[in-house]
Design a protein around this ligand. Structure first.
Ligand code: GUN
Length: 293
């Protein structure tokens, strides 16, 4: 079998068109969804993510603000900035790009964001709501994964899903979401593998759906998957630079090998990445609607 490529760019574009239409409608009622992205320092990956988020926000008609703080900014100054945007009625979404420099307490910063503006879904109030199945901001990458799975039309209900990775940003929330009685993608039997897992391949080979967020380039190889598996590769690894000076990326899955066995597979780049940014816009739009009442 040679896999169908799950084109995240195309799926994201479809969702973006719907968001754009909704933003225009909202603007007609005097409401413009507002997003602030806060970047501390100049980590090249973070700069590129934040630039892409801002560009998309502009394209979709959002009010968007980019804040750039120096690497040595004090935690106090960052917290003050968050407080300002917590109280700014033009802003419905606040995103602090991670990772933060070591002298800043990441938890303190994330906890300072008003949960009603936490479009990343990282605040413990939103994490708690997610776990008990209450409406909340779903973290953008897991949300993108759900949307891509929905796009395949492959039944998730009753499927054996294996998640590789247990991060707070991807592995944990995606596992929780997929085991919940959620429609259209939920009610799966979920196994979470991590660095403590004894025989990784034993688990991954059983997967009907395999979600990989290991942070290791080409970690999953063809011998670790079964024929017909649906593979969602969340990995973004920088493995060099193109002659044009752009970052060369690869996923956590050996795409060339695994695509010969999978039924669906996401490429890197062009799979989960564009979905993540789109779901951030979706969360900001929903937040604006919620604040409007
Ligand atoms: N760094 C890597 N991924 C993310 C994300 O989804 N949100 C934020 N704020 N920072 C990140």
């Amino acid at each position: 079998m040679s896999a169908k490529i799950l084109d995240g760019k195309a799926v994201a574009e479809k969702i973006r068109q719907n968001i754009k239409r909704e933003v225009e409608e909202l603007k007609g009622k005097g409401i413009t969804p507002g997003l602030v992205t806060i970047l501390v320092g100049e980590n090249p990956a973070s700069v590129s993510y934040v630039t892409a988020k801002q560009k998309t926000a502009h394209e979709l008609g959002f009010y968007s603000v980019q804040e750039n703080l120096p690497e040595n900014v004090s935690e106090e100054k960052l917290l003050k900035m968050i407080d300002k945007y917590n109280r700014d009625p033009q802003i419905h979404g606040i995103l602090v790009q991670l990772p933060l420099p070591k002298h800043i307490n990441e938890k303190r910063v994330l906890y300072a964001i008003d949960p009603r503006k936490d479009v990343d879904g990282f605040h413990p109030v939103n994490v708690g709501k997610l776990v008990i199945g209450e409406p909340c901001f779903i973290p953008c990458t897991p949300y993108g994964v759900l949307m891509l799975l929905a796009e395949t039309g492959v039944p998730v209900d009753g499927a054996d899903v294996v998640v590789v990775g247990r991060s707070n940003i991807v592995g944990k929330p995606v596992a929780i979401l997929l085991m919940q009685k959620r429609k259209p993608v939920g009610n799966a039997t979920v196994t979470v593998c991590h660095t403590g897992t004894k025989n990784m391949a034993e688990h991954t080979k059983r997967a009907d759906i395999l979600i990989v967020a290991a942070g290791v380039p080409k970690f999953v190889t063809a011998d670790m998957v079964k024929e017909g598996v649906v593979v969602i590769d969340v990995g973004v690894n920088r493995i060099g630079t193109t002659p044009e000076g752009k970052a060369k990326l690869c996923g956590d899955v050996d795409f060339e090998g695994v695509k010969e066995k999978a039924s669906f597979i996401t490429p890197v780049p062009g799979g989960v990445g564009p979905m993540t940014i789109t779901m951030l816009m979706k969360n900001t739009l929903e937040s604006a609607k919620m604040w409007a009442g």
